[in-house]
Design a protein around this ligand. Sequence first.
Ligand code: COA
Length: 178
Amino acid sequence: MTMKQVEPGVEVAPTPVMDVATLSNELVNGVKFGVATDEDLTTVSALRSNSEPWKGRGESQEDSLKALTQLKPFLHVARLQNQIVGYVTVERDGPVPGAAYLRNIVVKPELRRHGLGALLLNKALDAARDMYRKTIALRVDPANAPAVGFYRKAGFTTVATVVSKKSGKLRLLMSREL
Ligand SMILES: CC(C)(COP(=O)(O)OP(=O)(O)OC[C@H]1O[C@@H](n2cnc3c(N)ncnc32)[C@H](O)[C@@H]1OP(=O)(O)O)[C@@H](O)C(=O)NCCC(=O)NCCS
């Protein structure tokens, strides 16, 4: 870690608070991926419960923690300057037979539209290829415009409209080749 010079001979560690204005290409290049530790699960569950679509559904952080604990083997966590900035989950099987399944992708709200989602998605595509899959699928609420726009930009197309067993609401089933 580089130390900031304040006056000759005096060095202080950089502050841990991330400044969005400094999010440059170099910083995006500095994103590191890893598996999730038990400690990380608390951070990612807060990220999930504070993000759509879970926030609008009133999911508590405790419920997010339960869900993500189950998904821990499939979780990839992105870190920038040692802080978690997003996560993605990829499973070998999902709603489309023979296709990998991207169940969750979330970027820290204040860091969206800086390319981190695209980086997380690339990680997910690589993880699916490592599972010897040729296709990846996902389900998305058609009302979640940012996510639908994001997936379309990344080359996903809608293959079916399905009814969620949990909520009875419509979901788009989208997929793309790997
Ligand atoms: C979806 C999500 C992961 C995108 O992350 P992001 O870091 O903002 O995405 P990127 O900056 O990499 O965006 C890549 C492209 O996706 C599209 N996109 C991203 N956000 C968009 C938005 N709000 N509206 C329309 N298009 C959008 C754009 O084409 C964008 O390229 P551009 O910025 O050059 O125009 C983020 O909005 C998020 O965490 N949402 C909440 C959780 C969620 O809904 N997850 C999906 C359901 S599981």
